[in-house]
Design a protein around this ligand. Structure first.
Ligand SMILES: [Zn+2]
Length: 300
């Protein structure tokens, strides 16, 4: 009996996995290192496996150089994945299967961006349209059922689909999967834990709704604050966040741990020693509710 319980516990721990899932829009910057490191430490401390997933479903925003740069920068910083790099563009058959499963709860939407401009939530114009045409988006009907998910920092989060986000587009009129559907499939099928920036918190309820419609369970979520400049804007390619300097990974990791409130020591560690320290001392609850602002050259 003891042994069985022990075996079951091992099996569960082997099933633990997390991911860092950047969009390949530009090089890795300090904000992405903070998110990657946090997701790595959180799952590694639990004895789980960590993966890199490139969220490349939008061909218009693809940057092949960025994919290479991201993978290389993570390796230089000691964040080595426990398996081959995954790319959402490789999972198209998974997303099409999900679309087929959901189609009975969907309708075809021919509204233009302009028609919907003044509506925060889709007003339901095309709800009766069951006729497929190639230039129509596919929306899934929201319902009135209250659902919830758990966030390690915020606790239980309730939502009512119809009031909070309405009929979501799950397939674009350009015949491409949407971020919501792709991420709902991958996060529930492949990972037990999703730790990501709280700029994505608003995406969680729609994704959990889609998971529920597919009969899938949500992962355990944790949303941590994102790194911003002093004026509050998020570090990104659009806000000209500088790419990480791969010649000083030790200083970068220490800075990322400092942003994350982990109180790193003033030590001359190697990259591997820093990662070991970070995983051993990782404490999610120590992450401040707002990270101190990023200043481009405060690593010295
Ligand atoms: Zn419509």
């Amino acid at each position: 009996m003891q042994d069985n319980r022990h075996a079951a516990a091992i099996e569960r721990s082997l099933g633990l996995s997390g991911r860092f899932a950047p969009s390949p829009t530009g090089p890795l910057h300090m904000g992405s290192l903070v998110a990657a490191l946090a997701s790595y430490c959180d799952i590694k401390q639990r004895g789980g496996r960590w993966f890199l997933r490139i969220d490349d479903i939008d061909p218009a925003r693809m940057d092949h150089e960025a994919i290479e740069h991201i993978a290389q920068a993570l390796t230089v910083h000691g964040l080595v994945a426990d398996g081959p790099q995954r790319q959402q563009s490789q999972f198209n058959s998974r997303y099409r299967r999900a679309l087929r499963e959901l189609i009975g709860e969907c309708f075809y939407c021919r509204c233009s961006r302009r028609e919907l401009r003044d509506h925060k939530i889709y007003p339901g114009y095309c709800r009766a349209n069951q006729e497929k045409q190639s230039n129509h988006a596919v929306r899934i009907r929201a319902d009135r059922r209250r659902r919830s998910f758990t966030d390690a920092l915020r606790g239980t989060c309730d939502f009512l689909p119809e009031e909070e986000f309405g009929d979501l587009v799950i397939w674009r009129k350009e015949d491409l999967v949407t971020y919501h559907l792709a991420t709902a499939c991958d996060d529930s099928m492949d990972y037990s834990h999703v730790l990501r920036g709280d700029d994505l918190f608003a995406m969680t309820a729609p994704q959990v709704f889609i998971m529920a419609k597919l009969g899938l369970s949500p992962p355990q979520y944790a949303h941590i604050p994102v790194l911003t400049f002093a004026d509050g804007t998020k570090l990104s390619k659009q806000t000209h966040a500088p790419g990480l300097d791969n010649t000083q990974p030790e200083a970068n990791i220490r800075a990322a741990l400092d942003f994350l409130g982990q109180a790193p020591p003033n030590a001359q560690f190697t990259v591997n020693q820093w990662i070991h320290w970070a995983v051993t001392h990782w404490h999610l609850k120590a992450v401040p509710s707002q990270l101190k602002p990023y200043v481009a050259d405060d690593l010295a």
